[in-house]
Design a protein around this ligand. Sequence first.
Ligand code: KG4
Ligand code: ZN
Length: 377
Amino acid sequence: MTILGIETSCDETAAAVVTSDPKTKKLSVISSVISSSLPLHATTGGIIPEIAAREQVKYIQPVILRALSILGDNLSTAMSKVDAIAVTYGPGLIGSLLVGVETARTLAFLSQKPIIPVNHLFGHIYANWLKPQRAQGKERSGDEKNKHYALNAKPYTEIHFPVLALVVSGGHTDLVLMKSHEDIKVIGGTRDDAAGEAFDKIGRLLNIPYPAGQMIASLAERGDPKAFILPRPMIGSQDFDFSFSGLKTSVMNLARTQKWNFSDPLYAEKNSQLLSDICASVQYTIINVLTKKTIKAAKTHQVRSIILGGGVAANTMLNLTLKQMIEELLPKTSFFVPEKELCTDNAAMIAAAGFFHDKNVPWQNVTCDPELYYNLT
Ligand code: KG4
Ligand code: ZN
């Protein structure tokens, strides 16, 4: 089976072709194309929806055609090899979602192929079912990318249920318990800011361009994670919920009382170690909360696998910390994390979710749902 995935929920315009092996059912990414309008938003501290949607209107056709070119020279030849179109229908920005959904509807009408509407959050979860493309990657010291691939440097292994998924993105921090592909329950979530949002908002205070997560992670490498003791609200609570807004407020108060001014290039140059120390402390605090709650939920529900998903899952320190804690505390539990480029928004993960939640919907009935949460049945 071959699925064309389309993802346009935020600033990315993405299309991918994913196939399943007829015998093993393993999923392979045949092509994946991503165009991002991020550079246009870097200085504004967040996505400007109108600009994102306008860029998506420009890029959706070339991106889909490029992804499909692996299947044939022209659209009709390529589409004849596609069995279904999986498209993100929520959550996300309405203007952006409309670009992907309306394009998918047109393509479905023209090619007479069914549409599988996919929840973006399930996409982040199902990125874990995509076969690692570079599983052979050997770790080379100091090489951030290879450190991450080394986590996947093992043969493709089955993900056994029950599964605990930690979905950590710019808008979500959720713990999802999956007893099967059909029995899925949210057991915890953030009460306020998401983990990625905390990275991004704190980045703004430190004059780090949006989205700040990746840069905070690389600055943190030279910093002292214990330089600042920051609040970890709800770390000891009985439930599996999170809260990150207190962390942001605490960094904001520190910035005011200690007169941090990283927007001044001279100050930033003189205080680069201070910046690294702040970044390391922020990253340490976020990872500490995420990993402790995940381990607690995994123990409570006796899961066999823990999987990570979402942009923050690209954080190498989060991966290494969680991997180490699982090995020490839950040695019978397997740990999975998608390849780095499959953690942040992409269309291959949307196609992957389409294989497991293949409710074909006639193109006339597919609509966007910007507020969609987990559409659990
Ligand atoms: O999943 P995603 O690409 O988009 C949403 O669905 O939100 O996640 C984006 C988020 C941003 O908040 C970004 O700062 C964060 O993921 N992020 C990271 C890293 N790479 C991206 N956070 C921490 N460390 C990273 N390496
Ligand atoms: Zn996302």
